[in-house]
Design a protein around this ligand. Structure first.
Ligand SMILES: Cc1ncc(COP(=O)(O)O)c(C=O)c1O
Length: 389
C-alpha cells in the first residue's frame, strides 16, 4: 500500500517559546532597530564561529553584496565562483560590475574543485567566491593556498554551513578565507526570518562593512574629514545602503544561536538514519562526508544513478504526490536565462550539469519527527525502486 502523509517540506524553521519571549521583550523596549540586540547577536556569532568580528545584515544576499564592495571589486574584475550555488553567490559579482567566471565542481562534494581554479585565473581575477554546498565545507585550504599565490581574496559563502567544521576549523572562523557570509533564512541552521551576517578577522574590512550596511556613514571622530562641526555631525564617505537587521530579528537570532548545537546534532542524526537506510541502495548516491570535516546537512540532495537520471522528473513528481516537499538544489547558475544572455553556458561545467540532472533534495530539518524520518525513508526508497524496474 502507498504511504500518503501530511506534506513534509524540505526544510523548515523551529521557533520555541524562548524566541517568542525575546522578541516580545524587544517590541516592548525602546529600540526596534539600531538598539543593543544586533550587537549582542554579532558578539555571540563571532564567538560561536571563532572569528574576531561579525556584522549582521538584512539577508545573505546583502551580506554577499557588501562583501563584494568591501573587498574592492570593480567593473571589469573577474571572480572565480561555483555553478552549483544559489544565484546570490555570483550575482554579488554582477552587482558591482565584476564578471563571474564559473569553475566546475568536485563531483564528490559538489563544491568548487580547487584543481580547476588555476586554469581560469587571468590578470583580471581578483577574488574567489566559494560555497560550502549543502553544509559540507569546500576544500578551503587548497583554495586559499591558490588564492594567496595569486593575490586573490577569498569570500566563503557559508550560508549552508553554520556549525560546520573544516579540518577542525569552524566555518566562519576565516582560517582559510578573508570573509565568510551567512544567511538566516528560515530553512537555514538558524533563522531571523530574513537576515544574514559576515564574519572576518580583518579590522579594515569589518569597519568598511559596518559603514556600508548603514549608508556608508561614519561618526567615528578619528575618521571624520571635518572634525569641528559638532556632536550631531556624521559623514557619508562611501555609497552604502540600508542593509540593517532589526533588533526584533536579532533577538530571534540570539535565541536560535543558543540552540545551534542541538539543531546541528539533530540534522546529523537524521542524516545518519538516512545513511543507514540508503547506503546499500544502488539507485541513488547520498551526500558524502569527508572524514576530516563536519557536514551540517543544510540540505540532503540524493543523486540518481544510471538510467534513473532520465526519469528524474517522473520520480520528482511521484515524490511530490506522495507528500514530500522535494526540491532541486540547484539549477546551475550559468544556465539561468539572465546568465545565458550574458554568454554563459553550463556546457563549460560538465560535472555541474551531470550533478544537476541527477539531483533531488529530500527533506531534512531539526523539527522532523522520527515518524516523519521513517516516512521519508520508506517513500524515497520505494518510489525510486519502482522506477528502476
Ligand atoms: C548559498 C547561498 N548563498 C546566498 C544565499 C542568499 O541568502 P538570503 O536568502 O538570506 O539572501 C542563500 C540563500 O538561500 C544561499 O543558499
Amino acid at each position: 500500500m502507498k504511504t500518503k502523509i501530511k506534506r513534509i517540506p524540505y526544510g523548515k524553521q523551529w521557533i520555541g517559546k524562548e524566541e517568542l519571549r525575546a522578541m516580545a521583550a524587544v517590541l516592548k523596549s525602546d529600540f526596534l532597530t539600531q538598539g543593543p540586540k544586533v550587537q549582542e547577536l554579532e558578539t555571540r556569532l563571532a564567538k560561536t564561529v571563532r572569528a574576531k568580528y561579525a556584522v549582521a545584515v538584512a539577508n545573505g544576499t546583502a551580506a554577499l553584496h557588501l562583501a563584494a564592495i568591501a573587498i574592492g571589486l570593480k567593473p571589469g574584475d573577474e571572480v572565480i565562483t561555483t555553478p552549483i550555488s544559489f544565484i546570490a553567490t555570483s550575482n554579488a559579482a554582477l552587482y558591482v560590475g565584476a564578471k563571474p567566471v564559473f569553475v566546475d565542481i568536485d563531483p564528490e562534494t559538489q563544491c568548487l574543485d580547487p584543481k580547476l581554479i588555476e586554469a581560469k585565473i587571468t590578470p583580471k581575477t581578483k577574488a574567489v567566491f566559494v560555497t560550502d554546498f549543502a553544509g559540507h565545507p569546500a576544500d578551503l585550504r587548497a583554495i586559499y593556498r591558490i588564492a594567496q599565490k595569486h593575490h586573490l581574496i577569498v569570500v566563503e559563502d557559508a550560508c549552508h554551513a553554520l556549525g560546520a567544521t573544516y579540518n577542525k576549523h569552524k566555518v566562519g572562523a576565516c582560517t582559510h578565507s578573508d570573509l565568510a557570509v551567512f544567511s538566516f533564512h528560515p530553512v537555514k541552521h538558524i533563522t531571523t526570518g530574513e537576515g544574514g551576517a559576515i564574519t572576518t578577522n580583518n579590522r579594515v574590512l569589518y569597519e568598511r562593512l559596518t559603514e556600508l550596511r548603514t549608508h556608508g556613514v561614519t561618526r567615528d571622530p578619528q575618521k571624520l574629514l571635518n572634525r569641528e562641526a559638532g556632536p550631531w555631525y556624521y559623514e557619508m564617505q562611501n555609497l552604502g545602503f540600508n542593509y540593517r537587521m532589526t533588533d526584533i530579528q536579532a533577538a530571534l537570532g540570539i535565541e536560535q544561536l543558543k540552540k545551534l548545537g542541538r539543531f546541528v546534532a539533530r540534522r546529523r542524526k537524521i542524516a545518519a538514519r538516512y545513511r543507514k537506510a540508503f547506503h546499500s541502495l544502488s539507485f541513488f548516491k547520498i551526500p558524502n562526508e569527508q572524514f576530516q570535516n563536519t557536514h551540517v546537512y543544510h540540505i540532503y540532495p540524493i543523486r540518481l544513478q544510471g538510467k534513473l537520471v532520465s526519469k528524474r522528473k517522473e520520480i520528482f513528481q511521484e515524490l511530490q504526490k506522495r507528500g514530500l516537499g522535494v526540491q532541486v538544489h540547484y539549477i546551475p547558475i550559468p544556465s539561468q536565462p539572465y546568465y545565458a544572455k550574458l554568454g554563459y553556458s553550463i556546457k563549460d561545467c560538465p560535472k555541474a550539469e551531470a550533478y544537476y540532472r541527477s539531483a533531488i533534495t529530500i527533506p531534512i530539518f531539526p523539527k522532523m519527527t522520527d515518524r516523519e524520518i521513517g516516512s521519508v525513508i520508506k517513500i524515497v526508497a520505494s518510489v525510486v525502486r519502482s522506477y528502476s524496474k
